[in-house]
Ligand binder design. Structure first.
Ligand SMILES: [Zn+2]
Length: 448
């Protein structure tokens, strides 16, 4: 009962921040950008970039030496010539120079925390306005699938809506404040799946949000039962969406998949349209694709992004481990946003939990919820139902952090898996220079 009340407060409170009249105005404004021509969109980008760079120079000691007397039309050039490319390591190494107010949060600012798929936790400071803008951008993408506020939607992501040990329905929570059915992605098991399928069928959502891996697991369960659900649009995010997943999802779960590429640092957003193209939202952030020498390239390169909305902690020329390249031409949908190829670079193996069922990397990140003092981590499957958690600790690391990690795994990820924690000085990258956060070293457990 108490747990139910807590959910009411949590989701009711979220609805107040995210779904008010202001947010609807923001979505309308963003939809207007879709009708702009290239020149108008470039002017808008110049103006927003200029605002970001001015804020960075004013607020972050790292950029204090850069002269601020340049105009919006000069902003792109100043960015390239005066602002160095930074990455997550730079943020961790120079907190006083790259965080505002020496890293202290103001009461009206929001803290974003991430364990990230590279395995190093990171804290970010966000303005309330940027949090509202984020939601407006997501809703603009939803509108590409005909979805507007008030239609029923289902969510199959990492939300804790039923305890891991729970074996009887409900394995879901109905958020009345914005007609959302939150389903437990940890109960897509043979034992619990039938009531979940029935519930979804009855709820008839206009769209569904899911991780690619959770949608795929549900599609597999439907296939095993010779069943299909016909959700009009599936919005996926947070993980790579593999072709074998798309095929089965389209066959069993949802007619159209609209994938989204984003990250906790919020320096790039690409959204898939009705024609399957991945459009880079140039009114969300300024994105460069740079080669290994930091030069712009039309070939594959790293995504380097600059926020246009979070002025509380402007991330400027922030390089991600993700790689892609520009796709020339215009999309049949007519939107002015440029296209990119599918994003690669998140290297992950498949691993299984205590009961032999696959555990999604996105669910795994919950192990690190609220855990600090870790420089880098890696989750390795080393045997049946046995994981090794490899950590590169920082100076303040203690047993408290270990206990929190183990508690999180029991409560939020998998109640029966055996975990051993190992401290390391360094976690090496692969020969190709990429870091694999999730690895399966138990040969027998690997599946194609
Ligand atoms: Zn398009």
């Amino acid at each position: 009962m108490l747990a139910e009340l807590r959910k009411e407060f949590l989701y009711g409170g979220r609805a107040l921040v995210r779904d008010n009249a202001l947010s609807q105005r923001l979505v309308r404004r963003l939809r207007g950008h879709e009708l702009m021509d290239d020149y108008a969109l470039k002017l808008l980008g110049d103006r927003l970039l200029h605002r970001t760079l001015q804020a960075a120079i004013d607020r972050l000691p790292y950029y204090a030496h850069i002269p601020r007397d340049f105009s919006p039309v000069e902003a792109r050039q100043v960015l390239r010539e005066m602002f160095p490319v930074i990455d997550k390591t730079a943020l961790l190494d120079h907190p006083r120079a790259l965080y505002p107010n020496g890293g202290a949060r103001r009461p009206w600012q929001v803290l974003g925390k991430t364990s990230g798929t590279t395995g190093t936790p990171l804290v970010l400071i966000r303005s309330l306005q940027s949090v509202q803008m984020e939601q407006a951008f997501i809703k603009r993408h939803w509108s590409w699938g005909g979805y507007v506020d008030g239609m029923p939607r289902a969510t199959l992501r990492g939300d804790m809506v039923a305890g891991l040990e729970q074996q009887a329905p409900p394995f879901w929570f109905e958020n009345r404040y914005n007609r959302q059915l939150l389903l437990s992605s940890r109960h897509l098991t043979d034992r619990c799946i039938d009531p979940i399928i029935d519930k979804l069928r009855g709820y008839a959502p206009a769209m569904m949000q899911a991780y690619p891996s959770t949608a795929y697991t549900l599609a597999q369960q439907l296939e095993r039962r010779g069943m299909a659900l016909h959700v009009p649009f599936l919005f996926t995010a947070s993980e790579p969406l593999y072709p074998h997943q798309q095929e089965l999802i389209r066959e069993r779960l949802a007619g159209r998949i609209m994938d989204m590429y984003g990250m906790a640092e919020r320096v790039a957003l690409a959204t898939q349209c009705e024609y399957g193209s991945l459009h880079l939202n140039t009114d969300y952030s300024h994105v460069e694709i740079l080669d290994e020498y930091g030069e712009p390239t039309n070939g594959y390169g790293h995504v380097v992004g600059t926020t246009l909305h979070n002025l509380a902690m402007p991330l400027v020329r922030y390089r991600l481990s993700d790689r892609t390249r520009w796709k020339p031409g215009r999309c049949a949908c007519g939107r002015p946003f440029p296209m990119i190829e599918a994003v690669t670079g998140k290297l992950e193996d498949r691993i299984t939990g205590g009961d032999g069922a696959e555990v999604s990397p996105s669910v795994l990140t919950f192990a690190f919820k609220g855990v600090e003092n870790i420089r880098k981590s890696q989750v390795a499957q080393v045997g049946p139902g046995l994981w090794e958690l490899r950590l590169v600790p920082d100076a303040n690391f203690s047993q408290v952090d270990v206990d929190k990690l183990l508690h999180n795994i029991r409560a939020l990820v998998d109640a029966t898996v055996q975990v051993r924690v190992v401290l390391r000085d360094e976690l090496p990258n692969t020969a190709a220079g990429k870091f694999r956060w999730v690895v399966n070293e138990w040969e027998d457990g690997r599946r194609a």
